[in-house]
Design a binder for this molecule. Structure first.
Ligand SMILES: [Zn+2]
Length: 300
């Protein structure tokens, strides 16, 4: 699993509080507990991009976009569903698939305990939600990964939910939307069982593709590791939110490996658009309409 903080500015805003799952972990030497930062419940947010203090309600009204500079704040998977789908149309699939701890894995914490803690904190059972719903009255299959849950990494449950959703989309002839917000790919706590999910999901997508399905992949901040290296990059159409961090290994790792200065804007949506890796940058407020338009355009 590549570990990549989505926000290294050290600001105490909601983004780092919610996406930085490791905030309350022990520091590098493994002994001194780091002080827990806590999520500010106040009326104001500090934008990590323009540094302005902004009224939380103003950002909420704009789908959690900074009204000053357009910075896209973190949104959780349930919020994302609300933003993209027609109200009240979501029907969750495979909610009964729950993560287990096949290796009795422990790093700083036992994986079993980590799962429980993450479930309690995020109110999700694992890092992805899948299901059916409507987008401007078009029925779709939709899956969303959430970086708040163990970096949005692809454990067995994430892979299995996505694979089943893709198969169902194929059977029911539905357009498929996957919004990835994953700072990590494989979930090391599940070892090889996690690694095989990339291949499994990619194979399901290949079968879906051969049936003529339409897969719209939406990349959000962050999309990294094995998620970027599998389903996120396999869309028939690939959208990205502005200024999202998208890549395989993080910029610091790449820099340390190749020992060269990285080009300006490396691994951002804008850079990847310029280099042909993604098709379009779509600000969050226009995402729903843009997806509906592509579905119509492709005759699905
Ligand atoms: Zn801003």
């Amino acid at each position: 699993m590549s570990t990549l903080p989505t926000n290294s500015s050290g600001s105490a805003d909601a983004v780092s509080a919610s996406a930085g799952a490791a905030t309350s972990e022990t520091v590098a030497n493994g002994t001194t507990p780091r002080k827990k930062r806590g999520i500010p419940e106040g009326l104001w947010l500090r934008c990590p991009s323009c540094r302005n203090a902004i009224f939380r309600k103003d950002a909420d009204k704009r789908s959690k976009i900074c009204p000053e500079c357009g910075y896209h704040f973190y949104v959780s998977a349930p919020e994302r569903l609300e933003q993209i789908l027609d109200s009240g149309t979501f029907e969750e699939w495979d909610a009964n698939l729950l993560p287990t701890d096949p290796l009795s894995f422990a790093d700083k914490k036992a994986y079993a305990d980590r799962l429980k803690a993450e479930q309690k904190r995020t109110k999700m059972t694992d890092a992805c939600v899948t299901g059916g719903g409507m987008i401007r009255a078009r029925r779709v299959a939709i899956g969303i990964t959430d970086s708040a849950f163990i970096m949005g990494s692809m454990g067995s449950v994430v892979g299995e939910r996505l694979a089943r959703m893709i198969e169902r989309a194929g059977e029911q002839n539905l357009p498929l939307i996957i919004v990835s917000g994953s700072g990590g790919g494989a979930r090391m706590h599940e070892g090889i069982l996690s690694l095989m999910q990339m291949a499994k999901v990619s194979a399901a997508l290949a079968r879906y593709h051969s049936k003529g399905g339409l897969f719209i992949s939406v990349l959000t901040n962050p999309t990294m590791g094995g998620v970027a290296a599998s389903f996120a990059s396999l869309g028939d159409v690939i959208f990205a939110e502005p200024e999202a961090l998208i890549g395989f290994a993080g910029p610091r790792t790449v820099k340390a490996t190749i020992r060269l200065e990285l080009p300006e804007g490396f691994q951002t949506s804008e850079f990847l658009l310029e280099h042909g890796f993604i098709d379009r940058i779509v600000p969050r407020e226009g995402l729903k309409s843009e997806i509906a338009r592509v579905i119509d355009y492709c005759g699905k």
